[in-house]
Design a protein around this ligand. Structure first.
Ligand code: ZN
Length: 581
């Protein structure tokens, strides 16, 4: 099918409201059940009965049973109607009253975390961090570089602060240590600073910063483009086996669709091989990231890749081009200076990683070539740059209905909402605040931290918001995302910005149908309706009525993708058909 033609049509019909599509599918589902009674269609491969099915259709209707054939839902309704669809070869799953929701999606997930470095994901204090690093140092040879994994944050530590150079020196005098935190920063011990010749005389790199403590000494922290001063040992090459293992972990958390927010052509080729070999257990939409700083370099990179906008199918598809214009937690580019002075006397307002003129050039070139753009923008000054770039592209050739995005959109000001609306942008938002809340209060002050990721404001203004985590920056469990969006609770700093809470219904839409909308797939997934791909999750408690705190730690009982069980927590109540063999 020609993606662009159909997508343009969808976009016009939808006008930014995924619920409209769902309404058609509901009608189809009722018809499907009704027609069974008279025409006896082919039997289902699987039926799920005796459940509490939150369909997330247009009316947010509740059903009790589902029939699946050929990897798609064929009927959704009550037990009696669905049981009639069972034949001698149908597998029956008795849900025993458990809740079923559509398969969950993460619109911004780099990887599942982990890796060969020092694991800090379960540390809860600076002492834990130093013990973990120190143990690896002891097991290393003289001169070996000790590197940590990135999937942790200082807000999970009792002290709510980073381990700095002097802390790291206490566990490693001679081995260079590089603590990696999230996607935007390293912290080095003295041996590492010496190894790469970083001193107080090193100039601040453009688009990055070398941080100092209150006394003016280097504290070991390197942000954004300053990370280029360090050459880490190469990571082991990504393999199909590693991707399979990661996808299994994501399935166990209830994820059935992910969007990689900027990955390589090589990774896409591996995923294609996985699809051909039947190894994909999760649906993948991949944005490309080429790191091209000007239009000519971008055109050359695209030509060399041989990839086309939106190529792929329901398992694997190219979703657009990822760009970025500012830093992360510690470098989001703001209109107003940070509350934390960072040794710059109150003048620090974040990091601009791609200048306006270069950014606008690249965006316009991508638009001319028919590529959708997704831009990382954390601070309001970064959002200004993105809007200026998108508006310039839109003036040449409309981007409305093409679902260009702002990735993250932490801090957005009142005057920016109408401009975002005029461009028909979709918001890709994550639960960073859940993990990093206390740090963001330190960096930006309580008021600004409290309006980080303003979900209520986005939804009230009619934006489609697709949820996710930015894993491994924030751990991947989607239940954390929904818990945080409904409670605005944080892992260690209490509730921040309670006026931005959303309802459970909205949180579920954000994690399902809105993500399908983000990737132009709301007609084929994102809700439990006849005709859609049979992606679902079984939960032990009722998502809509259980105590709020239960949402945070709720474990998934079963995950199904395309009608196949890809994860089950315990032996499911599955009744296999009797086979004559
Ligand atoms: Zn990211």
């Amino acid at each position: 099918m020609s993606g662009n033609v159909r997508r343009g049509f969808q976009a016009r019909r939808l006008r930014g409201d995924p619920r409209r599509v769902a309404r058609h599918a509901v009608a189809a589902s009722i018809l499907a059940v009704a027609s069974v009674r008279t025409q006896a269609p082919p039997a289902a491969d699987t039926i799920l009965v005796n459940g509490h099915v939150i369909t997330v259709d247009a009316r947010f209707s509740i059903a009790h049973a589902i029939a699946i054939a050929g990897g798609r839902f064929t009927a959704v309704g009550d037990d009696a109607a669905i049981r009639k669809l069972a034949g001698p070869k149908t597998t029956t799953i008795d849900l025993r009253g458990q809740t079923v929701i559509p398969g969950l999606a993460d619109g911004h997930l780099h990887d599942a975390g982990g890796g060969p470095g020092v694991d800090l994901s379960r540390t809860r204090s600076l002492a834990d961090v130093l013990a973990a690093v120190g143990a690896r140092v002891k097991a290393s040879r003289p001169g070996d570089i000790v590197v940590t994994n990135s999937d942790w944050h200082e807000a999970q530590l009792n002290e709510h602060r980073l381990p700095y150079r002097r802390d790291l020196d206490t566990v490693s005098r001679d081995n260079p240590v590089v603590v990696v935190r999230g996607g935007h920063e390293y912290i080095l011990n003295s041996a590492a600073l010496a190894k790469w010749g970083i001193t107080k005389a090193t100039p601040q790199p453009s688009g990055g910063r070398i941080t100092r403590d209150a006394g003016g000494e280097l504290n070991g922290e390197l942000i954004d483009r300053a990370k280029a001063l360090v050459q880490l040992p190469p990571a082991p090459p990504l393999t199909i086996e590693a991707l399979v293992e990661q996808h299994r972990k994501l399935n166990a958390a209830g994820l059935t669709s992910i969007r990689y927010p900027g990955a390589s052509v090589e990774q896409y080729r591996l995923l294609q091989q996985m699809e051909q070999r039947g190894l994909l257990t999760i649906r993948v939409n991949q944005l490309l990231r080429f790191g091209a700083d000007n239009a000519e370099a971008m055109r050359a990179a695209i030509a060399a890749s041989g990839l086309k906008p939106d190529e792929g199918d329901e398992w694997l598809r190219i979703g657009g081009m990822k760009l970025g214009v500012d830093g992360g937690f510690e470098g989001g580019w703001m209109r107003q200076p940070y509350a934390e002075p960072w040794g710059e006397g109150g003048a620090f307002s974040g990091v601009n990683t791609m200048k306006q003129s270069a950014y606008t050039d690249v965006v316009k070139a991508l638009n001319r070539l028919g590529w959708r753009v997704a831009t990382h923008a954390v601070g309001d000054a970064a959002v200004d740059e993105v809007l200026a770039g998108y508006e310039a592209a839109n003036a040449e050739r409309s981007i409305r209905g093409k679902r260009w995005t702002i990735e993250h959109g932490f801090i957005v000001d009142q005057d920016q909402f109408p401009r975002m609306k005029a461009l028909d942008l979709v918001i890709s938002a994550q639960d960073h605040l859940y993990l990093a809340g206390p740090s963001l209060v330190n960096y930006w002050g309580a008021a600004r931290a409290g309006r980080t990721t303003p979900m209520r404001a986005y939804l009230d203004r009619g934006f489609v918001v697709a949820g996710g985590t930015d894993s491994p920056v924030v751990p991947y469990p989607p239940m954390w995302v929904m818990y945080h969006f409904v409670s605005r609770d944080t892992i260690s700093g209490g509730v921040l910005g309670p006026d931005q809470k959303v309802s459970r219904k909205e949180a579920l839409q954000v994690e399902t149908i809105n993500n399908a909308f983000l990737t132009f797939e709301e007609r084929i997934k994102g809700s439990i309706e006849a005709g859609k791909l049979a992606d679902l999750v079984v939960l032990p408690e009722d998502f809509l009525t259980c105590p709020e705190k239960d949402l945070e730690q709720m474990r998934v009982a079963m995950t199904m993708v395309g009608g196949k069980i890809v994860f089950t927590a315990a032996p499911a109540a599955v009744r296999k058909p009797l086979r004559a063999q």
